[in-house]
Ligand binder design. Structure first.
Ligand code: M6R
Length: 615
């Protein structure tokens, strides 16, 4: 979703802004723009479509634009108004002296716009953001103080925002603030950077401070004023960012997605490291603060998440219920927040989010926290809003994920759920024999080698991708713990190839979806040895009898599968309980190769954003 970059110092700002925006491109966007200040004039440069369009405009006037050592930049994911140049940020006011970039949604923008229009403001876009530019300009006209103008403006704004603002009458100054949208300040030598996410500034500095809600920062090249919304001075809390610039390189892979799929063996090792130290030792989750008293009264777990994280949560439900006997509900965060929920102080509420910034999930866990529940966050971003507000944290340590389609973060979430379930089983329930838990731990430890085996023999998956790339629709079927794998496999395929793919529990096929089967419909059966193997096999027979084109993803060596299935993707043998962590890898590769074969924009699929920071 939208991204913000800002710079103030002694260097030329333009390349810092454009490079910063490039490193945020993965978040998904549909237009881009920058504002700089040259010879005491604010200048805006904007373009719809890819960032390259903006770069082309800028490079035509580069010697002029590079004179500015102050600037703000933005990539926009359209919410209010089409993705046009007029709606691209930065936005300005009547006199053109103010420039504003904004992430989030101004919920009361219609009322504000009406009021400002009555005062003579002329709007040039359909965006909610333009109201902020006019509002700040009108406050500045009275206060002649940009910080105060922004502070007063935010008192009138409802909704979510990260804002960076410059005014041509206030030389060498950027004012920034946030509410329910991330924003950080990178600190250099007599220079500051602003960004909605770490990748935009990490090549320049590792020293940074995160703004909290309603805080305002005013930056000049050599000063930083940090206040709250009541004008109280605050002391900056400076942190060292845990990121390496190398994470943003494709390292020779054609796409970030392919690189991230290949990183998964090491991701599993990282997640396990320090938490699962030896088979006969209890799992350690140092940032989980559930003590024995809390565990004793815990009678329910509610998990909230969106998208791929929701699928990891479904696997979490299955394992926790199986190992701990505690009832677990899983719900999309966007549904959870609009109904009467019954979470209380005896409910553990788990929020799962790669980014830790997904608006629906933040709202869901905040609602549950207000009802007294203990909040545990499973996230790849321990620096995120969700992580910072959590009672307990399980950092999943997948490293930065650039491709919009989540792969390695899903793997890390799933592995984290195994660890969490074993952790709870070891402390809150004696339902499963220690020996059985130890077997699961062993399976987790040997998992990276099995993933490596799949990655070393991708040709079969590539061939299958080529064979089915022209399908219009795709059905994935599974049962039990791998139903979530079917949903995630289907989600990966639709996200990056735009093929209509759906996951069903295999038993549901005959209750409706079977009507869609004919010789043009591929049906991929996830057939793992275990409790439901024979059942899925008969469901696959039913599909084959309707002429569907059958594909098997299996760890079985049974030769009778050869007659039933047109293509078979075989994976190493694995315990059924751990199998989702292995079975997802060929499905990620299948989606990748189909999208690549179709020539799609794998890392930045249309309409999607990496981090969905609006409801
Ligand atoms: O950052 P989150 O895990 O909270 O994001 C949730 C979804 O937006 C995300 O998983 C989305 O579905 C991805 N595009 C999946 O590939």
């Amino acid at each position: 979703m939208c991204g913000i970059v800002g710079y103030i110092g002694s260097k030329s700002a333009v390349d810092i802004l454009l490079n910063g925006l490039t490193s945020l491109e993965y978040r998904g966007y549909d237009s881009a723009g920058i504002a700089v200040c040259i010879d005491n004039q604010v200048e805006l440069y904007k373009a719809e479509g890819k960032l390259q369009n903006l770069k082309d405009i800028v490079s035509a006037q580069k010697t002029h634009i590079e004179k500015s050592s102050i600037g703000i930049g933005h990539i926009r994911w359209a919410t209010h108004g089409a993705p046009t140049t007029a709606n691209a940020h930065p936005h300005s006011c009547n006199c053109g002296k103010v420039a504003v970039v904004h992430n989030g949604i101004i919920e009361n923008y219609k009322e504000l716009r009406e009021k400002l229009e009555k005062q003579g403001c002329t709007f040039r876009s359909q965006t909610d953001t333009e109201t902020v530019a006019h509002l700040v300009a009108s406050k500045y006209a009275v206060t002649k103080d940009l910080t105060e103008a922004v502070r007063l403006a935010t008192k009138e704004i409802e909704g979510a925002y990260a804002l960076c603002i410059i005014h041509q009458d206030v030389k060498n100054t950027i004012v920034a603030t946030r509410r329910n949208a991330p924003l950080l300040v990178g600190i250099g030598d007599n220079e500051f950077y602003l960004a909605s996410d770490v990748p935009a500034i990490i090549e320049h500095t590792k020293k940074a401070m995160y703004l909290d809600d309603n805080e305002i920062v005013t930056l000049t090249p050599n000063s930083l004023l940090y206040i709250d919304s009541d004008n109280n001075k605050l002391t900056p809390k400076i942190e060292i960012l845990p990121w390496e610039p190398v994470a943003l390189s494709k390292m020779g892979y054609k796409h970030f997605m392919l690189k991230e799929i290949h990183e998964q063996p090491d991701v599993v090792r990282n997640v396990l490291s320090g938490k699962l130290r030896a088979i006969d030792e209890n799992v350690r989750l140092d940032e989980v603060t559930l003590n024995q008293d809390k565990l004793k009264v815990l009678n329910r777990i509610q998990i909230v998440a969106c998208g791929t994280s929701l699928h990891a949560a479904m696997i979490g439900k299955y394992i926790i219920e199986d190992l701990c006997g505690i009832p677990v509900d899983v719900e999309p965060a966007s549904e959870f927040i609009y109904r009467r929920t019954i979470t209380d102080k005896n409910t553990l509420v788990i929020g799962v989010s790669q980014s830790g910034e997904t608006a629906d999930t933040i709202t869901a866990v905040r609602q549950a926290k207000a009802l007294g529940s203990h909040i545990l966050i499973v996230t790849n971003r321990p620096d995120s809003t969700m992580a910072r507000e959590a009672d307990s944290l399980v950092p999943v340590n997948a490293g930065i994920e650039v491709s919009v389609a989540a792969t390695k973060s899903y793997m890390a979430q799933v592995i984290s759920f195994y660890l969490l379930a074993i952790y709870l089983a070891e402390r809150a329930s004696k339902r499963v024999e220690t020996n059985d838990l130890n077997k699961l731990k062993h399976e987790l430890i040997v998992l990276p080698q099995k993933i490596e085996e799949i990655l070393a023999h991708k040709e079969g998956i590539q061939a299958c991708a080529k064979k089915f790339a022209n399908a219009k629709d795709f059905i994935f079927i599974a049962r039990g713990i791998n139903f979530a794998t079917a949903l995630e496999g289907a989600l990966k395929l639709k996200e990056i190839s735009y093929i209509n793919a759906t996951g069903y529990t295999a038993g549901e096929l005959k209750h409706g979806p079977i009507a869609m089967l004919d010789e043009s419909m591929p049906v991929l059966s996830i057939l793992m040895n275990g409790k439901v193997y024979e059942k899925i096999l008969s469901n696959s027979e039913e599909a084959k009898a309707r002429n569907a084109r059958m594909i098997a993803l299996t760890n079985s060596t049974d030769s009778k599968l050869d007659d039933l299935f047109e293509s078979i993707i075989r994976i190493p043998d694995i315990d059924e309980m751990i199998s989702p962590a292995l079975a997802i890898v060929p499905l990620q590769l299948l989606a990748y190769y189909i999208a690549e074969f179709l020539g799609k924009d794998v890392d930045q699929p249309r309409n999607l954003a990496k981090s969905v920071t609006v409801e």
